[in-house]
Write a protein that binds this ligand. Sequence first.
Ligand code: ZN
Ligand code: ZN
Length: 277
Amino acid sequence: MDIKKELGASRRYNLHTHTPFCDGRAPMEDFVREAVRLGFTHLGFSPHSPLAIESPCNMERERVPHYFGEVERLRRVYGKQLRILAGMEIDYLSQSWGPHITYFRELPLDYRIGSVHFVPTRDGRMYVDIDGRPESFRRKLAEYFDGDLRYVVQAFSRQTREMILAGGFDIVGHLDKVGFNASQVRPGIEEEHWYRRLVDDIVDLIAERGLMVEVNTKAYSGPDAGRVFPSRRIISRLKAAGVPMIVNSDAHEPSLLDASRDEAFRLLAVLPDRLPG
Ligand SMILES: [Zn+2]
Ligand SMILES: [Zn+2]
């Protein structure tokens, strides 16, 4: 599916919506009802994909057909009021598990978000979910990575690069989430030269591959108020590189479906489309 074409000029959509098949906190139908109430033209679901490792937040492989069944049912009931899309937020772990593998390519999805949540430990024996709240990030940093923040940031970036090179998805999910978490531990890390270079290389790669990037508003009203993923500096770089962007709330409950999306659209409009230093 050509997402840009599908959405057209609409701003009334959300393509990053979780479900009870993963860690969403309400039935899919409640999200649809809320989307109708909000006057949305499109609602795309994006449960966390099945994984090759244990994870309580991810959908089990056996339940994937049920997910598609529920999308079908909702389309029959609400299909005249809005377009309901079947997407998935697919985790990249390694060359053997990510959006590029045959299993995901063969699923009848309308679109795919590629996201990194897991980072391998130095010995490669374990994948650690570094996506959680700042307290949990801090604890895991100490417990699994000997406090080596730079390693975690570099490993996250490496995972992101590998995922982009391997392909099989349309939209890059919360591109610099690790920068946000890392800056809770070391404020200002996102301004450090080596960090900027890591991210800028990823921006170039995204542009080269013709991918889209989401502006994710999940953290906008959190402790670091006004924060979006990617950061303002990166959004400017993406604009300069001509990378198409969409705005997603990453909602886990219906009341947050439209949260901070207007603010993100405003940011997209006002941020300069030149290369900041
Ligand atoms: Zn995610
Ligand atoms: Zn998500």
